[in-house]
Design a protein around this ligand. Structure first.
Ligand code: PNS
Length: 160
């Protein structure tokens, strides 16, 4: 499938500087990059989907080729609907690899024309995750350099 539309799917609860680093790399590589927030019914998120989308729109507004959207159901179905040929995912460390491999191969089984492309975030973000960011925020720790300012403000407001 020849296309330069890529989907970067995830929970983004909330978007971190690591996600942003990957979006910046993906934006350079693809004509169009759709950052797709999963409407996840299983997890108990800190931010609502609407809040996560709002923050993502705010921090990606400098890139006209980046769109923020919401999806539910199978990622491959959403990719088909959006005419995307690539799923973009980040791998921070070896520990990410097993889960990512499993997802990529299952997605390939479900839709062989859809290719998963892995990118490495910058080294300063290799230990960063939304889960740790939420924990640090909940325990009153410093968030400088981990999330964009607007996200830090939203975290502080949510937790106090
Ligand atoms: O940021 P996350 O939570 O690691 O993202 C996981 C995500 C959203 C990429 C994954 O859970 C997903 O694609 N869910 C959609 C449902 C689906 O297609 N499941 C089969 C994947 S093999």
């Amino acid at each position: 499938m020849r296309t330069s539309v890529a989907i970067y799917p995830g929970s983004f609860d909330p978007v971190t500087n690591g996600h942003l680093d990957l979006i910046a790399r993906g934006e350079q590589m693809f004509d169009s990059l759709i950052v797709a927030v999963l409407r996840n019914t299983e997890k108990a998120p800190l931010f609502t989907v609407a809040e996560r989308v709002e923050m993502l729109r705010e921090v990606t507004k400098q890139w006209p080729g980046v769109e923020i959207d919401i999806f539910d159901g199978l990622l491959v179905d959403y990719a088909r609907k959006r005419g995307a040929g690539v799923i973009l995912r980040g791998i921070r460390a070896v520990s990410d690899y097993e889960y990512e491999l499993q997802m990529a191969l299952m997605n390939r089984k479900l839709e062989p024309r859809l290719e998963t492309v892995f990118m490495l975030p910058g080294e300063p973000y290799s230990y960063l995750s939304s889960k740790l960011v939420r924990e640090i925020a909940q325990l009153g720790g410093p968030l400088g350099g981990l999330v964009p300012d607007v996200v830090e403000q939203r975290l502080r407001a949510k937790i106090t």
